[in-house]
Design a protein around this ligand. Sequence first.
Ligand code: GLV
Ligand code: MG
Length: 326
Amino acid sequence: MNDRNRPRRSNLAVPGSSVKMLEKAKGLAADQVFMDLEDAVAPMAKADARKNIVAALNEGGYENKIRAVRVNDWTTEWTFTDVLEIVGGAGANLDCIMLPKVQTAEQIVALDLLLTQLEKSNGFEVGRIGIEAQIENAMGLINVDAIAAASPRVESIIFGPADFMASINMKSLVVGEQPPGYDTGDAYHYILMRILMAARAFDKHAIDGPYLAIKDLEGYRRVAGRSAALGFDGKWVLHPDQIAAANEIFSPRQEDYDEAEMILDAYDYATSSAGGAKGAVMLGDSMIDEASRKMALVVAAKGRAAGMNRTTTFTPPTPTTPKAGA
Ligand code: GLV
Ligand code: MG
């Protein structure tokens, strides 16, 4: 069975039509690579792109990354053949199918059933291939809870800002930036939070989509920083330069990771009999309790998954022995 919780800080998009980019992706430090058959591939190039992807997956070189393929959405004529050819041709070397423009739970169930058929007929472990669901329009967003809950195969819920902006008639052509005229708050806040709630309620990853101005690394960092601050697990990267930024922004800062591990150790000690079986204690200038432990666990888990090392250690206070005769 897949580890559905492997880090997905950076999700590298690679057009399936480019053999060169499929090759280049192998050496890049992204947590996930997704090979595209959808919007980055022209209709006439889709059949060849399927073949390129099957060949690339079988050739290997992506084993330290999550390997996903984005098929075309269920309203097109390509979805069935996409899944058939990719899973039939390279199912053993594939971790997830990404389904774009998901609108209903039934669309996830349909993909789940098709995957089960293909796993059975090819002799693969049933249920191993995961699903990543892209939310890209209003219908998808209002059904996002049911979409997240539709199958145990669902690993992540992904915001697709470009299609989403188009689908709700947002007055902007710049993905990720605030629409001109909207001079208060963040126009994406509701959408991001809605996706995050569904992901957290059903224990899925929440992933932010692309930032298209690939030369503007500062802009990427700003937009990624917002979804990371809310609690998202990662973001798409369209260019190798965005990878290091995503890996950094979706990992805890070193001082936060150290602090989280410290809280866990200190609270563990405080609640033990050696520490006096206390439920609330001081750590430095702050009080910590069970809720602090839960918050620390989130940060520590992300840091551990990212392979971080702590730079501090917790030393329990030396017990004071009462002096004889005192
Ligand atoms: C990604 O697919 C997007 O539409 O933003
Ligand atoms: Mg899209």
